[in-house]
Every structure is written in C-alpha cells, then in structure tokens.
Design a protein around this ligand. Structure first.
Ligand code: NAD
Length: 283
C-alpha cells in the first residue's frame, strides 16, 4: 500500500461521515471513496431512488450505510436526522454539506420564488446542517465540517447572481465558523470546485430569455474538465493535509489568482466588461 493510501485509510477507517446530495456527482463520489476506506456513511438526498442505487453500489464494502430522503432546506428535518444518525452510530466525525442546485437567469428576469428556492438549498441547507451536527462533531476526537461553495464563491459572472450570492454566503459563513472552531477538534473546510462533470447544469433552472439552454449545456460540457471522482480525491486529500480552503481544478486555481491580482477589474480580463446582455441586445 502506498504511503498516501495508508494515510487515507488511517484517517477515515471506522469513522462516520454524513454527506448531503449523495445521490449524484461529487456527493456520490465522496461516498464511494469513503466506503473504500472503511468509513461508515449517513447519506442524504431528496432523490431517494438515486440514494438507493448508491446504497446498493456500496453493499460490497464492510461498512454501515444509512440513507435518508431529506430536503436540506428543512431545518427540523435536519435536526431529526442528526438524532437518527446518533441513534444508529453513536458518533459523527464528518459532515459534508454538499447538496446544491443551479439557477441561470438575469437579475431582472428571475423570480423571487426561484431566488428563495436556491438560497434555501445552497445557503440555508449548509447553515441548518452545520447547526444540527456541530454539537456531535465537537464530541469526535478529530472532526471535519466541509462546506461546498464554488469557484462562483470567489468571483461573479453574469446570469449567476442567485448562485453567486449563495456560494459567496457559504464562503462567508464557513470562514467565520472556521475561526470560531480554531483550536478545537473540529476542522472547518471551504471547498471551491471549478467546472466538474456532474448533473448540476442538466438539473439547473435555466431561463431561455437570454441564452439557449442547449448552448449553456454545451459550454458547461466543454468547460468542465474535472471528474466527480477527481474532485472527491482532492477534497479527501485536503482533509488529510488540513487545508481549510480547497480549490478543485486548474480553472479554479487560475481564476482564483486572476481575482486576487485584479480584484476590481477581473471582468475586463475575463471579457465581460461590455455587459453580456447589452451585447446580446445589439446582435
Ligand atoms: N459541478 C460543478 O461544476 C460544480 C462547481 C462548483 C460547485 N459545485 C457544487 O458542488 C455541489 C455538488 O454538486 P454536483 O456538481 O455534484 O451536482 P449534482 O447535481 O450531480 O448533485 C447534487 C445533488 O444534490 C441533491 N440535491 C439538490 N437539492 C437538494 C435538496 N434540497 N436536498 C437534498 N439534496 C438535494 C441532488 O438531488 C443531487 O443528487 C453543489 O453544492 C454544487 O453547487 C459544483
């Protein structure tokens, strides 16, 4: 076994991890990687069919895996679920607040209903999960609380105002919590994936007002270079190496630098200075 494999195994074997949004994409890949290391799992999604198929895939591992049909925007549901997890495992060592959705629309066009829907899942879901599980994480000798923000928690793009707002909010919440937990047994990590090949854009609410859905999907498929499995590897490596800010993919690393070099003018560097909607109106 390689040194890295030894480290992975030592870090995760026999632990208990809660993962939200585990029926697909990054959450599912995390579940499989952790099961490979002998980590017990409590998986959450609102897609119960998808969760059941992940649970079936994990049957060959010598671990316990429980699943729960939970919408992360349900505050009381999260509290009840934390009690279920404790009743089942008597401990929790890791929480991955990973569930998320996407909405692509302009500020002027998008409804408040859609904006609230997205914030309730992407932001409040992270807050509710953190609150419900923190008391138990504090009892683990070596706990990790992992919140998935985005590259879009570092920079904004047009037609992403709701998603940007939610992911900047997750980053703000997580960085503050990280400082509150400093010196305790709970390590807090903020994850910023770049484009990852998952179902996120397929499942997105996309307004066809400005850009055809087919173009958005084909742009995403061209730009998303990292697989969900690679993303899960980077996250777990980040936990082992105690990285509090985990960037995934060369796109996230490069754009993070561009934003830090040109904080006030990065839209020029990225070619958005003339306004996407104004340009389209002229076409
Ligand atoms: N794929 C990317 O390019 C990318 C980039 C940056 C950040 N992210 C973030 O990564 C996280 C995982 O997304 P993914 O790319 O794996 O997408 P995905 O669509 O493959 O997986 C997201 C999962 O979350 C679940 N989910 C959605 N709403 C839920 C709710 N209300 N309650 C419970 N579960 C719910 C979905 O059913 C799905 O299984 C998200 O927070 C997303 O914003 C993704």
């Amino acid at each position: 076994m390689s040194n890295y494999q030894d480290k992975l195994n030592m870090h995760f074997k026999g632990k208990v991890a809660v993962i939200t949004g585990a029926a697909s994409g990054i959450g599912k890949a995390l579940a499989i990687k952790l099961a490979e290391q002998g980590c017990n799992l409590a998986l959450v999604d609102r897609d119960i069919q998808g969760l059941m198929s992940v649970q079936a895939e994990l049957q060959s591992y010598s671990i316990t895996c429980v699943i729960e049909d939970l919408d992360v925007s349900d505050k009381q549901g999260f509290v009840d679920f934390s009690e279920t997890v404790i009743a089942q495992f008597s401990r929790v060592d890791m929480l991955f607040n990973n569930a998320g959705v996407s909405l692509i629309d302009s500020v002027e066009n998008q409804s408040f209903e859609d904006f609230h829907w997205l914030m309730n899942i992407n932001f409040w879901g992270v807050v509710y999960g953190s609150h419900a599980f923190l008391p138990y994480l504090k009892k683990s000798p070596n706990a990790h609380l992992v919140n998935v923000s985005s590259l879009f928690g570092l920079l904004s793009l047009p037609l992403q105002s709701a998603y940007n707002s939610s992911k900047f909010a997750v980053r703000g919440f997580t960085e503050s919590l990280k400082m509150e937990m400093a010196g305790t047994n709970v390590s807090v990590h903020c994850v910023h994936p770049g484009g990852i090949k998952t179902n996120i854009t397929n499942n997105a609410k996309i307004s066809t007002e400005h850009v055809p859905k087919s173009q958005i999907l084909s742009d995403f498929n061209k730009q998303a270079k990292t697989t969900a499995e690679q993303a899960a590897d980077v996250i777990l490596q980040g936990l082992i190496n105690n990285k509090r800010r985990i960037l995934i993919g060369n796109d996230a690393k490069l754009l993070d630098r561009i934003v830090r070099w040109f904080p006030a003018t990065y839209e020029k560097v990225l070619g958005f200075e003339k306004g996407v909607l104004a340009k389209r109106q002229k076409q």
